[in-house]
Write a protein that binds this ligand. Structure first.
Ligand SMILES: [Zn+2]
Length: 281
C-alpha cells in the first residue's frame, strides 16, 4: 500500500524540532510521497527546499493563502512565477477565499486569487484550492476560467472539503478533485461528510492530513501535542475506505493514482519501498 498526503504544511514551525522524524514516520507508515503546502512566498520557498532535499518523495505547492492575501505586493508576481517554474513545484496555491476568518480584506483576497488563477492558466499546473464561507465568490472566480476547467486544461483540488451536497456537485461539475482530511473522522461536525464521501467518484478523491492542523478526533492514541502529521494518513484512509465500502488497499490505490495523475507525480519505483532507510537524504 502506498498513500500520498496531498496537503501537509511541513514547513510550519511546529515541525522545526523534529521534521526529519516526521518525514521518516510518514514513509514508515506507507505514506511514501508528500505534497508540502506553501501558504506564503516564504513558506512556498521552504516547501520547495524540502522537496529538493527529498527527490521523488516530497513535492511542493507555491502560492499565497487567502489569509495572507494582504501581504501580496508587486514583487509577489515575479517571485511566484519563478517558484512555479520549478519542476518540483506541482501546484499553484494554497489559494482561494476565506470569508470565515477574514484575516485579509475580501477585496485583497479576490485580487490575490485572480492573480493565481491567471498563473495556473499560464503555467499549466493544477490549483490547490482553499474555500471557506465564500462559495459564491469562489465559484464565480473559477467560472471565469470555466472553458479551461471543462477542457481539463485547468485542473485543481478543492482541498480540505467540508462543504455540503450542492457545493460538492458544483466542484465535481467544474472538474475539480476533492481533498478529504481527518475532518471526516469527527463524529459530530464530520457527519455530513461521512455521507457525502461515498458519492465522490474514484479518480476524483484525494486524501490529506492538512497537518499540523485537524488531528483526527478518533485516533486510538492522540499525541499530547495535538499536532497532526502525515503518519496519521492511513488512519484517515481507513475511515474513508470503510465509509465507501472499499478495502484500504482499494482506497489507497485509487486515491494515490488520482494524486499522481493530477499533480504529475511519478510513482515510486517498486524497488524503493516506503521505508525511512530507503529514502533519499
Ligand atoms: Zn486550507
Amino acid at each position: 500500500m502506498q498513500l500520498i498526503d496531498i496537503g501537509i504544511n511541513l514547513a510550519h514551525d511546529s515541525y522545526d524540532a523534529d521534521r526529519d522524524a516526521v518525514i521518516a514516520r510518514a514513509f514508515g507508515a506507507g505514506v511514501g510521497q508528500l505534497i508540502v503546502t506553501g501558504a506564503t512566498l516564504d513558506s512556498s520557498a521552504a516547501a520547495l527546499r524540502l522537496a529538493q532535499a527529498h527527490p521523488l518523495r516530497l513535492f511542493a505547492t507555491a502560492g499565497v493563502h487567502p489569509h495572507h492575501a494582504v501581504d501580496v505586493t508587486r514583487d509577489a508576481l515575479p517571485r511566484l512565477r519563478a517558484l512555479l517554474a520549478e519542476p518540483r513545484v506541482v501546484a499553484v496555491g494554497e489559494c482561494g477565499l476565506d470569508y470565515f476568518r477574514d484575516y485579509s480584506p475580501r477585496a485583497a483576497q479576490r485580487e490575490a486569487f485572480a492573480m493565481q488563477l491567471e498563473l495556473a492558466a499560464e503555467c499549466g499546473k493544477p490549483l490547490f484550492l482553499h474555500q471557506r464561507d465564500a462559495h459564491a465568490d469562489f465559484t464565480a472566480a473559477l467560472r471565469g476560467h470555466r472553458d479551461a476547467l471543462q477542457r481539463g486544461a485547468l485542473r485543481g483540488v478543492a482541498h480540505c472539503f467540508t462543504g455540503g451536497e450542492a457545493e460538492l456537485a458544483v466542484y465535481l461539475e467544474m472538474g475539480l478533485h476533492i481533498g478529504v482530511t481527518g475532518w471526516i473522522c469527527d463524529e459530530r461536525r464530520g457527519q455530513h461528510l461521512q455521507h457525502l464521501v461515498r458519492t465522490i467518484p474514484a479518480g476524483r478523491l484525494l486524501l490529506e492530513t492538512d497537518g499540523p492542523y485537524l488531528l483526527p478526533r478518533d485516533l486510538e492514541t492522540r499525541p499530547a501535542s495535538r499536532r497532526n502529521e502525515p503518519a496519521y494518513l492511513p488512519h484517515i484512509a481507513q475511515v474513508v475506505a470503510r465509509l465507501r465500502g472499499e478495502t484500504l488497499a482499494e482506497c489507497a490505490a485509487h486515491t494515490t493514482a488520482a494524486a499522481q495523475d493530477l499533480f504529475g507525480i511519478p510513482p515510486l519505483p517498486a524497488n524503493k519501498p516506503a521505508s525511512p532507510a530507503a529514502s533519499p537524504r
